[in-house]
Write a protein that binds this ligand. Structure first.
Ligand code: HSE
Length: 433
């Protein structure tokens, strides 16, 4: 095979795959200029060949036979955009084993088998490129591999799920319930019919695992990330948080604590002045803090066909250039920092409690005793609403930094108080701006 033409095999033709295929066909001249070599789409794998496809993509290229495309000797770069763990992971492995370069957006495969796949690519001296796997069109994998490499990273704070950020923005701006906002997101095509992976934080946990492996030079899998979703949030939490000067965001947080790494995805109170508090709708943002660079924020469209295709096509061009120039892909920095994962119980942060209690003398003193006994210092207490009919009151309690294990114990003890009607919500606060 001459190095003046590079054969591309595309696995998957959903919205992102279609956009990538269209660009490979319609922008072939421009891409050839950028790559210094012609890129030829050799095959596109779909599940159902009878479905009507984008007319820009020649029908003769479309097949259901993934093995035939991966094994085609004319295909040097396999682009995996099927999503899901299997069979996508098997095809990535097959392609790398055959010495083919792989471009993928598959966060689940990378967050589960990333170390193995990177090892296989290095052994076969081929590229494994995955800029589109986290943050959609936002360049973040490339900067972590190269531009920020000299830094000791201390933290990542990120909004890396557009669906949940859209839902939270609607709840915050319009006072809608979680269910209403979810339905709106589904009607607009932002949330999938089964939105579980997004709303439970699984998608963000995969992405945080990928980013943290690179930033902290330690292998991290999705299972290492503590995770809570957004379905417990109520419109009233947004109102109270707003009155206290906070937004509520689903944050993906990785923080280095000496030789350990704290990794978590959960809803969080964020000061309204913080850049991340201002990231609304389907947008994503990733803040990285390093010892040399300080804090840098990457912001943009974290999903959608065009932004994601932008990242995928950038990776295809990089793979094509290295093939055309006969270059071996650069060896990636070793993941040898050996950081251990910090259990969520050892987290120390501030907390917001929303509780409903019997509106009687002495209740506050009992709650203060529960918290004080567990070394949880109260920063403020506000009585938000009293209900004359039921003789109950809603309290919002903000704490100073406290240990998560103590907070969980306190919730149990508060639930045991006769006067406690309900511990309605407990949220963590990321205080630093
Ligand atoms: N479902 C993801 C999101 C997009 O809502 O951000 C793909 O990573």
């Amino acid at each position: 095979m001459s190095n003046s033409t590079i054969g591309i095999g595309l696995l998957g033709m959903g919205v992102v795959g279609t956009e990538v295929a269209r660009n490979l066909v319609l922008k072939a001249g421009r891409l050839a200029q950028q790559a210094g070599v012609t890129l030829e789409l050799k095959g596109v794998v779909v599940r159902d060949v009878s479905r009507i496809r984008d007319s820009a993509v020649p029908a003769r290229l479309i097949t259901a036979d993934a093995r035939a495309v991966v094994d085609d000797p004319g295909v040097q770069v396999v682009v995996e955009l099927m999503g899901g763990l299997r069979p996508a992971y098997d095809y990535i492995r097959m392609a790398l084993s055959q010495g083919k370069h792989v471009v993928t957006a598959n966060k689940e495969a990378l967050a589960t088998y990333g170390s193995e796949l990177v090892g296989l690519a290095e052994e076969r001296q081929v590229s494994l490129l995955y800029e589109a796997s986290a943050g959609g069109g936002i360049p973040i994998i490339g900067p972590l591999h190269k531009d920020l490499l000299a830094n000791e990273t201390s933290s990542i704070h990120a909004i890396i799920n557009g669906t949940t950020n859209y839902i939270l923005t609607r709840m915050s701006q319009e006072g809608t319930s979680f269910q209403e906002a979810l339905v709106q997101a589904q009607e607009l095509g932002y949330a999938e019919a089964d939105p579980t992976n997004d709303i439970e934080g699984t998608d963000a946990a995969y992405k945080l695992a990928i980013l943290s492996s690179l930033a902290f030079h330690t292998p991290v899998t999705g299972g290492d990330v503590y995770r809570e979703g957004i379905s417990r949030l109520a419109a009233v939490d947004f109102r109270y948080a707003g009155e206290l000067g906070y937004a509520i965001k689903l944050l993906a947080i990785a923080r280095r604590e000496d030789s350990a790494l704290s990794l978590r995805v959960h809803p969080c109170l964020v000061p309204q002045e913080h850049l991340l508090a201002k990231v609304d709708g389907v947008f994503n943002a990733i803040e990285v803090e390093g010892d040399l660079v300080g804090r840098v924020v990457f912001h943009g469209r974290g999903a959608g066909p065009k932004p994601t295709a932008s990242a995928v096509l950038g990776d295809i061009l990089e793979a094509a250039r290295s093939i055309a120039e006969g270059r071996k892909p650069p060896r990636r920095a070793a993941l040898d920092n050996g950081l251990r994962m910090l259990p969520i119980h050892d987290l120390v942060t501030q907390y917001y409690f929303r509780v409903t209690v019997a509106d009687r003398a002495g209740v506050l003193a009992k709650i203060a005793t529960v918290l004080g006994d567990l070394n949880i210092s109260i920063a403020s207490v506000i009585q938000k609403a009293s209900d004359e009919a039921s003789q109950t009151a809603e309290l919002v309690i903000m704490t100073h930094p406290a240990r998560e294990a103590h907070v969980r114990e306190a919730v149990g003890r508060m639930r045991g108080l006769d006067e406690m009607v309900e511990v309605s919500n407990v949220l963590r606060v990321e205080g630093r701006v």
